[in-house]
Design a protein around this ligand. Structure first.
Ligand SMILES: Nc1ncnc2c1ncn2[C@@H]1O[C@H](COP(=O)(O)OP(=O)(O)OP(=O)(O)O)[C@@H](O)[C@H]1O
Length: 243
């Protein structure tokens, strides 16, 4: 199977001494949807930042789409930059993702950066806001949104770029039931390879085939075999219980 994201003997410790990766090997291949769990502060978000080259590893390698992103133990920014736009990372804190004056500016930013015209970028942004059921927020000031609204807009900024892989850090935090349903439905339908960091077992069971626990810098596989994903449920948005 085609390798999308891989850690090869990765090492990383935070300045406070917390080891988040210790000789860590891991591969996400095409078609795979996995979850990472683990106790607060064990380093899950840190691993996601290492995937994107937002933090320099202490040792080892990160490979994206089969290409090594470290050269002689140094982070190769050029290589990360080549592949970053192919991976959609939604941060745990939406305030890390939203930096433009309005929602439409934030969601158009990625497509504009990818080289789309202003008109096409606006179209893609509006289509994504529609998909998420939040088109009415388009002209709102991003920093004045509620926590749940910010989280949906942060997801929109990533989906608008048509990523090849999704990495989501606690995507259901702050969402009401209707929006949790919508999130699940959209993520089931898009069928992109996925790394999901979530403390919510129900969300994980609906979206991933395999679960890992990060402990002492190692990813321990919790599910011996790939789990069958539930069939895509198109009836669950708008009302109803999140079961
Ligand atoms: N910007 C930072 N600078 C220094 N240390 C940090 C920073 N962000 C996180 N840490 C430290 O890194 C360690 C791992 O944090 P991280 O956010 O990756 O954990 P997590 O597993 O995602 O936790 P949670 O489940 O609470 O979201 C913690 O000890 C944390 O204090």
């Amino acid at each position: 199977m085609t390798e999308l994201i891989a850690f090869d003997q990765l090492n990383y410790s935070r300045p406070n001494g917390k080891s988040c990766a210790e000789q860590l090997d891991f591969t996400l291949s095409a078609g795979e949807r996995i979850a990472i769990t683990g106790s607060n502060g064990c380093g899950k978000s840190t691993l996601l930042q290492l995937i994107m080259g937002l933090l320099p590893a202490d040792g080892g390698d990160v490979r994206l789409f089969g290409e090594s992103c470290y050269k002689a133990n140094c982070l190769n920014e050029k290589m990360f930059r080549r592949h970053r736009t192919r991976i959609g990372l939604v941060f745990q804190d939406p305030d890390d993702q939203l930096f433009c004056p309005t929602v439409i500016d934030d969601v158009s930013f990625g497509p504009l950066n990818q080289g789309f015209s202003a008109c096409k970028a606006h179209q893609k942004a509006m289509a994504t806001l529609n998909l998420l059921g939040i088109s009415e927020l388009a002209e709102c000031v991003s920093y004045q949104l509620s926590g749940g609204q910010k989280r949906l807009v942060a997801l929109a900024t990533v989906l608008a770029m048509d990523p090849e892989v999704l990495i989501l850090d606690e995507p259901s935090n702050d969402l009401d039931l209707e929006n949790q349903h919508r999130l699940v439905e959209i993520l089931q339908q898009c069928q992109l390879p996925l790394i999901l960091v979530s403390h919510d077992p129900q969300l994980r069971s609906k979206l991933v085939q395999q679960e890992y626990c990060l402990k002492n810098g190692k990813l321990v596989q919790l599910t011996p075999q790939k789990m069958k994903l539930p069939d895509v449920d198109k009836s669950m948005i708008r009302g109803g219980e999140y079961t």
